[in-house]
Design a protein around this ligand. Structure first.
Ligand SMILES: Nc1ncnc2c1ncn2[C@@H]1O[C@H](COP(=O)(O)OP(=O)(O)OP(=O)(O)O)[C@@H](O)[C@H]1O
Ligand SMILES: [Mg+2]
Length: 516
C-alpha cells in the first residue's frame, strides 16, 4: 500500500512458505482485480545465470500473459528495453514482478543492484518482490543503498538495495500442526482416525519444528509415513495406520538420505557409492519413480527417441520434440511412465503401474527433496555428457516473439507459475507442440553422483526378491521394463533406417535403369 515503497525483499529458510504465500497473494490480486491492467509476473530464477537472462524471462512472461506468440530470437538487451518501454508508456500497463530464488542471479551485488535500480526507476508502474534464502542478500544491499546511506559505497558503482525486507521464520510446532490438519481436511473424521494416530502427527510436527521448521520436509516425511503404512496393509503386516514408529522410521530415512548423499557426493566415485544407493533406497516411492523417469528420460533423449512409453503408441503420450528434460517435461514423462497403457508378457493391455502420479505441486516438492539430498541439480545448459549422441533434427529452440508494441492492457490477468512448473500447455503439451525456452533449466543427476549408484539404489542387484517390498519390486520392474524398451526402440529405429536406405537404393537403381 505504501506508494513510496516499490521494492521488497523476502528471505527465509527453505520451506517457510515464501513462494506459497507470495504466489497466493498474486493469485488473489489477479482474481480480485480481473478487469484492471495489473499484470502479476512470476519468474523463478533457478538456473538463470545473469541479469540478462532474467529480463529475457520476464519479457517472455509479459508477452505470454498478454497472449503473445512464439517466434524469433531477441537480440541481447532487447528484452529489457521492451519491458522498460511497456512500463514507461503510461498506457495502463502495471506490473507486480516476483523474482523467486533471486540469489541465483545475485552472484555479484551489482546484478541485484541493477534489478532494484530498474524497479525504482519505474516505481510508478512496477512493484518488485525478490525472494531468496539468504538473509544478508537484502540486508547488505539495503545497507549499501543510497536511500539509507551509512557509509560511502566501496566501489564507484552505486549499489541499490530493496526498500523493505522481510524475513520468514521457520514454522513452529503449532504452525506445522495447522498445516498438516489443513492438508488432511479432505478426509472424513473416520478416515482420519483410521489412517493417523494423532499422537504420531503431533510428534512429527514437534520433531520437524525442532529440526528445521521446514514444511516441505514435514510433508515429505508424512508422505513417506503414509506410504509405509499403506505398504504394510498391502503386505498384511499392518493396518495401514500411521503410528509413531512410522514417523521415527521416516525421519531416520530422511536424515540418512541427506547425510548419505552428502557424504557420497563429497567422497567421490569410490567409497561413497554405497551410501548413494542407500540414500536412493531409503527414499519414498515417488522420489524413486521420479529418478527412474529422470534416468530413462535422458537415455531416450540421448538416443533421439521420443518420450513415449507403452507398446500401444498413443499420440497423447508422445513428446517427440523435447530436447532436454526440464521440470515440466520430466513431470509429463513421469506421469506417462505411471499411466501409459502397456501390454504385458501375457499379451494383456493395462496401466503401466498400479500407482497414481502425484500432482505437479507435489512433484516440485519431490524435486526439491532430491536437490537437497544432493542427487539432482538444475543447470541452465544441457551438460555435454547428456547431449544427444545421434545428431537430432536440427530444430533450434525459439524465443517468443516480442511484439513491437508492448502489451497495453493485458487481456487477462493471470498468475505465472514458477519456471519449473508452467502449465502443461505452456511447457510440453500433450500434442507435442511444446515450446521450449532457452533459459529453462534442465533437471539432471548431480555431476558428483554416479548413475550406477543411483541405479543400484533403484534396483537390488543379486539380492533375493523375497526381501523386497511391493513398492521396491514395482520400481525395479518399471526401471527394467523401460530400460529394455530404450534398447528395443533403438533397434526398431535402426531397422527402419536400414529399410529406408534399401528402399532408396532400389529406387535409385530403378531410376538409373530407366535412364539407360
Ligand atoms: N502456510 C502453509 N500452508 C500450507 N502449505 C504450505 C504453507 N507454507 C508452505 N506450504 C507448502 O510447503 C511447501 C514449501 O513451501 P514454499 O515453496 O512456499 O517454501 P519456500 O519458503 O518458498 O522454500 P524455498 O526457499 O525452498 O523456495 C509447498 O508445497 C507449500 O505449498
Ligand atoms: Mg520458494
Amino acid at each position: 500500500d505504501d506508494k513510496a515503497i516499490s521494492t521488497l525483499y523476502i528471505s527465509g529458510q527453505p520451506g517457510t512458505g515464501k513462494t506459497a504465500l507470495v504466489t497466493d497473494v498474486l493469485k488473489k490480486l489477479a482474481e480480485q482485480d480481473s478487469t484492471s491492467s495489473l499484470t502479476p509476473i512470476y519468474v523463478n530464477c533457478t538456473g538463470l545465470s545473469d541479469v540478462k537472462a532474467v529480463w529475457d524471462r520476464v519479457w517472455e512472461e509479459v508477452v505470454q500473459s498478454s497472449g503473445g506468440s512464439a517466434g524469433s530470437k531477441l537480440k541481447p538487451g532487447e528484452a529489457k528495453k521492451h519491458f522498460e518501454s511497456a512500463l514507461k508508456r503510461d498506457q495502463g500497463f502495471r506490473c507486480v514482478l516476483v523474482l523467486d530464488e533471486v540469489d541465483y542471479v545475485s552472484k555479484t551485488t551489482s546484478s541485484l543492484s541493477e534489478i532494484y535500480q530498474f524497479a525504482r526507476n519505474h516505481s510508478g508502474t512496477l512493484r518488485l518482490i525478490g525472494i531468496a534464502n539468504t538473509l544478508t542478500l537484502g540486508a547488505e544491499a539495503k545497507r549499501a543503498s543510497p536511500a539509507t546511506p551509512t557509509k560511502p559505497p566501496r566501489t564507484s558503482l552505486t549499489v541499490v538495495g530493496p526498500q523493505k525486507s522481510m524475513n520468514f521464520t521457520a514454522y513452529t510446532h503449532t504452525d506445522l500442526s495447522t498445516i498438516i490438519n489443513a492438508r488432511l481436511s479432505p478426509l472424513s473424521a473416520e478416515e482420519r482416525t483410521s489412517m493417523f494416530n494423532p499422537a504420531a502427527l503431533n510428534f512429527l510436527s514437534k520433531k520437524v519444528a525442532a529440526v528445521n521448521g521446514d514444511v516441505r520436509y514435514c510433508l515429505s516425511v508424512l508422505r513417506r509415513c503414509v506410504e509405509s503404512a499403506e505398504k504394510e496393509s498391502v503386505d498384511g503386516t499392518g493396518k495401514g495406520k500411521v503410528e509413531m514408529k512410522h514417523v521415527l522410521e521416516s525421519l531416520r530415512a530422511h536424515e540418512s538420505a541427506k547425510t548419505g548423499a552428502t557424504t557420497g557426493a563429497s567422497s567421490g566415485a569410490g567409497s561413497g557409492g554405497s551410501s548413494i544407493s542407500r540414500t536412493v533406497r531409503n527414499m519414498g516411492l515417488h522420489p524413486r519413480l521420479a529418478l527412474v523417469a529422470l534416468l530413462i528420460g535422458w537415455r531416450r533423449l540421448q538416443a533421439d527417441l521420443p518420450l513415449t512409453v507403452g507398446h500401444t503408441s498413443s499420440k497423447s503420450t508422445t513428446t517427440s520434440d523435447v530436447e532436454k528434460l526440464t521440470a515440466p517435461t520430466l513431470y509429463n514423462f513421469y506421469v506417462t511412465l505411471l499411466t501409459a497403457t502397456v501390454v504385458s508378457d501375457l499379451g494383456e493391455a493395462g496401466p503401466s503401474t498400479p500407482f497414481n502420479p502425484v500432482s505437479r505441486g507435489e512433484f516440485q516438492d519431490i524435486l526439491g527433496l532430491l536437490e537437497t539430498s544432493g542427487l539432482v541439480s538444475f543447470p541452465n545448459e544441457v551438460p555435454p555428457a547428456l547431449a544427444r549422441s545421434i545428431s537430432a533434427s536440427a530444430s533450434t529452440p525459439s524465443f517468443p516473439t516480442a511484439p513491437i508494441s508492448p502489451p497495453k492492457t493485458p487481456s487477462r490477468n493471470r498468475i505465472i507459475r514458477p519456471t519449473s512448473f508452467g502449465t502443461p500447455s505452456r511447457s510440453v503439451s500433450a500434442s507435442g507442440g511444446g515450446r521450449k525456452r532457452v533459459c529453462e533449466p534442465c533437471v539432471v543427476l548431480n555431476e558428483t553422483i554416479r548413475e550406477e549408484e543411483v541405479v543400484r539404489g533403484l534396483t537390488t542387484p543379486g539380492s533375493p526378491d523375497k526381501g523386497m517390498t511391493t513398492q521396491e519390486k514395482e520400481v525395479e520392474r518399471v526401471w527394467t521394463r523401460e530400460l529394455k524398451k530404450v534398447g528395443k526402440d533403438e533397434e526398431k529405429r535402426e531397422r527402419k533406417q536400414v529399410e529406408e536406405r534399401e528402399r532408396d537404393a532400389v529406387r535409385a537403381r530403378a531410376f538409373e535403369d530407366a535412364q539407360d
